[in-house]
Design a protein around this ligand. Structure first.
Ligand SMILES: C[S@@+](CC[C@H](N)C(=O)[O-])C[C@H]1O[C@@H](n2cnc3c(N)ncnc32)[C@H](O)[C@@H]1O
Length: 366
């Protein structure tokens, strides 16, 4: 696998995936042919009469829907073989083929987790006024199987969404301006170049630093570019030599910037620290008083966190609840204190100090 990592493979995707080892990929982003089925020779015109350059590329053509489905089964089967057991895929498509792709994903044993609507803030109009303006695409997120424990950086999503739980409708403009790659004549290089912002969110939510991300339909290499920027590894596959050439140039100029979102620091669970570790390291003492701010006290009688309170021995969480007049346990770390230099210090703060030392010893930390 080593030789494929951080490269663009030029060639047919199924044939090339067959050369890769089982269970070697953490995440796949796939933007396959949509099978737009535009009528041969039929051109689209803007209201003012100029021709609109839609997706009528050779790579989007299939003999029939059956041929498209056969191809979809082939490439998705390869992706599923390549994914690690806890791996996941995000496939993007439109109404032309998203239903077929969804059915095939399920038939192959993938487990659908979410469908995300990418709402385009600047969609192409329906020039003829014959139907609704098609202003979204759908991304299906699925794990390799129902049992997969996929990476999902929930709190990172919340952070990206201004502190609110991330929903499944994402609004981004289609790729335009400087981001849009041009060929040597100044024309749009690729008809379906995806915006980097979309990929950034997908990779921030579903991958980790150093993960290996596969894109079987590389195009202008947007996935590779964003993966590299975010400190992920990539394998890109693309049939068209021209896209590979431009994509290689694009990837060369990318420099990684790995901040808190990229590292998903919001989702890193704090290292577990036990009362025994706090006692053994001398931060808590058997026989000392634990205080609630209302003046009630208990005495720590062992390194399992039991307190003697009103001549009864119970866990500090039970005791904290009783001190507060509740008929249930509460988190003692939120409510109990010990005295240091005559001042009340929260046992949670003490636990954080012990955690810092432990993290250092384990070589963890930002
Ligand atoms: C929808 S575009 C992907 C665009 C890409 N996400 C981007 O941001 O530029 C699909 C790409 O897949 C390529 N492709 C289509 N069929 C292929 C095949 N069988 N093997 C390899 N590449 C293929 C096309 O040349 C095209 O560039």
């Amino acid at each position: 696998m080593e030789s494929f990592i951080n490269t663009i493979i030029r060639g047919e995707t199924v044939e090339n995936m067959k050369k890769m080892p089982d269970e070697s990929i953490d995440f796949c982003f796939a933007d396959p042919p949509y099978f737009m089925q535009l009528e041969e020779g039929k051109k689209l015109y803007r209201v003012e009469g100029t021709e609109f350059d839609g997706v009528d590329d050779e790579w989007d053509k299939f003999e029939s829907m059956d041929a498209y489905k056969t191809f979809t089964i082939e490439w998705l089967s390869q992706v599923r073989r390549l994914l690690k057991k806890d791996g996941a895929i995000c496939v993007i498509s439109g109404m032309q083929s998203v239903f077929e792709i969804g059915t095939i994903l399920r038939d192959l044993g993938f487990w659908v987790i979410n469908d995300v609507i990418w709402q385009k803030s600047n969609p192409t109009p329906n020039f003829g006024g014959t139907r609704l303006n098609n202003s979204h695409e759908t991304m299906i997120i699925a794990s390799k199987s129902k049992q997969s424990r996929i990476t999902f950086n929930y709190k990172t999503g919340k952070e990206l969404n201004g502190g609110k739980q991330m929903g499944s409708i994402w609004t981004f403009p289609v790729c335009s301006g400087n981001e849009r790659l041009k060929d040597s004549h100044g024309n749009k290089l690729h008809n379906t170049q995806k915006p980097e912002a979309l990929l950034y969110r997908v990779l921030a939510l579903f991958t980790k630093v150093d993960d290996l991300v596969l894109d079987p339909f590389g195009g202008t290499m947007t996935t590779g570019v964003v993966a590299k920027k975010m400190g992920r590894n990539y394998v890109m596959i693309e049939l068209d030599e021209k896209y590979v050439k431009y994509g290689e140039e694009r990837l060369k100029s990318v420099k990684p910037t790995i901040g808190d979102i990229e590292k998903a620091v919001y989702d890193i669970k704090p290292t577990r620290v036990t009362v025994k570790e706090m006692v053994d390291s001398g931060f808590l003492n058997i026989g000392e008083k634990f205080y609630h701010k209302n003046g009630l006290t208990g005495i720590l009688i062992n390194d399992r966190g039991h307190l003697d309170y009103n001549n009864k021995v119970e866990s500090m969480h039970e005791v904290a609840g009783k001190m507060m007049g509740r008929d249930r346990r509460v988190n003692a770390f939120q409510y109990l204190y010990v005295k240091r230099n005559d001042e009340l210090v929260s046992i949670d703060k003490i636990r954080s100090e012990v955690r810092k030392i432990k993290d250092k010893r384990l070589g963890k930390g930002k």
